[in-house]
Design a protein around this ligand. Structure first.
Ligand SMILES: Cc1cc2nc3c(=O)[nH]c(=O)nc-3n(C[C@H](O)[C@H](O)[C@H](O)COP(=O)(O)OP(=O)(O)OC[C@H]3O[C@@H](n4cnc5c(N)ncnc54)[C@H](O)[C@@H]3O)c2cc1C
Length: 353
């Protein structure tokens, strides 16, 4: 028997798994999927957990049951590529692999800002998002929240908290001259207006110097603050960063067109862990997962895999609370209820596939 281990059942890993299970698999292949959680986490919705606006159960999905796949719900602590082994919290507990897919996602990048690790909340894992939700939910009336970073996740977190708690004083620290630097001007203006109308204080040209238990210091000004949420950048998880493979400037592993690590061709990487010309997203991870499943199926059948086609993304959607949003739909910048409904539709599809 040959064992394929899929590390991470997120947007990329699950697509690899479902792409394989939808097909005939040779009898000598066994699949093990490993994730710390005994369910699929819908990370794109973690802002709702951080704001306390939906129940946890709305943001998780059961893994598919199939006798061809075994699950291990454990925390991975090391990937031993020299000996083809996965190591867990108990170092006695190891798992050998013949083929490995790494889809472990990303974690916060604190860019060396002092106090950020210790004193900021996060939305990068289910448990951290839940911790954030408790911290925000427990705030006294008129408590102060600062969100550091005005990319997609920072915008969604700040607006969802505003809708959840109209009493709170919310501040959004944005490094650039406008929020959402990767988006169209029409979208940027709409989001800026939403924050003005909804009394969220956006501070542009921010440069956070350090974070303390009860405050954030930015450009020489320290704001007293109760909860600080970090959404100012991500990097691949540490397990991936410490692997002895070539990486790009974002610390992501460089793979070939088959998602294979050139230095060790039984290892494949995708999603937020793999270098790509396209920006990291759930959509990209999913599309890569579909292609990687085809590559693996060909290899398992002793055939030469077909070269995957360049991936075309359908655009990004974001929310401003429950009834407003924005996004590029069919390359058209859209704002308001329509992109918000489209985002809910994408979530609905994700939960049912
Ligand atoms: C608030 C927020 C909003 C977002 N909104 C959007 C959006 O609207 N559209 C979009 O396309 N993208 C969005 N993203 C980005 C998107 O979520 C990621 O790009 C996507 O999840 C990457 O998929 P992945 O498969 O690489 O990793 P993930 O989906 O993160 O999956 C990684 C999996 O690995 C598991 N794992 C990690 N470490 C370990 C370990 N040590 N041991 C065991 N298991 C482990 C995790 O539990 C997880 O299931 C958003 C992100 C955030 C935080």
């Amino acid at each position: 028997m040959k064992r394929l281990v899929i590390l991470g059942g997120g947007y990329g890993g699950i697509k690899v798994l479902s792409g394989l299970l939808e097909n005939y698999l040779p009898d000598d292949i066994e699949i093990t999927l490993i994730d710390r959680n005994p369910f699929r986490s819908l990370k794109t919705e973690f802002y709702t957990i951080a704001a306390g606006t939906v129940a946890d159960s709305e943001v998780r999905v059961e893994f598919p049951e199939d006798k061809r796949v075994q699950y291990m719900f454990k925390e991975v602590t090391k990937i031993d590529t020299e000996n083809n082994k996965i190591i867990f919290e108990d170092p006695e507990d190891t798992l050998h692999f013949d083929y490995l897919v790494i889809g472990l996602g990303c974690e916060d990048n604190y860019h060396g800002v002092k106090g950020a690790i210790e004193y900021t909340e996060s939305v990068q894992t289910f448990s951290k998002a839940r911790h954030t939700g408790v911290a925000v939910g427990n705030l006294n009336a008129y408590g102060k929240v600062t969100v550091v970073g005005a990319g997609l996740s920072g915008i969604e977190v700040a607006s969802e908290i505003r809708e959840s708690r109209p009493d709170l004083n919310i501040r959004l620290l944005d490094r650039g001259p406008t929020v959402l630097k990767a988006f169209d001007e029409k979208i940027q203006n709409h989001v800026e207006r939403w924050f003005i109308t909804n009394d969220v204080d956006v501070i542009h040209h921010s440069n956070v110097e350090y974070v303390e238990k009860d405050g954030v210091c930015n450009n020489g000004v320290c704001y007293l603050n109760d909860v600080t949420i970090w959404t100012a950048g991500v990097r691949p998880v540490y397990l991936v960063r410490e692997l002895p493979f070539e990486k790009d400037m974002h610390e992501k592993i460089i793979v070939n067109e088959y998602y294979q690590v050139p230095e060790q061709q039984n290892i494949f990487v995708l999603g937020d862990c793999a270098a790509s010309e396209l920006s990291p997203s759930a959509q990209l991870a999913g599309a890569q997962g579909e292609q990687l499943a085809e590559v693996l199926l060909a290899l398992f059948r002793g055939k030469t895999p077909r070269k995957p086609r360049p991936i075309k993304l359908r655009g990004t959607l974001g929310s401003l609370g429950k009834s407003d949003g924005f996004g590029n739909m069919m390359t058209m910048p859209m704002t308001g209820l329509l992109p918000r409904l489209a985002k809910s539709g994408v979530l609905w599809l994700n939960k049912r596939h």
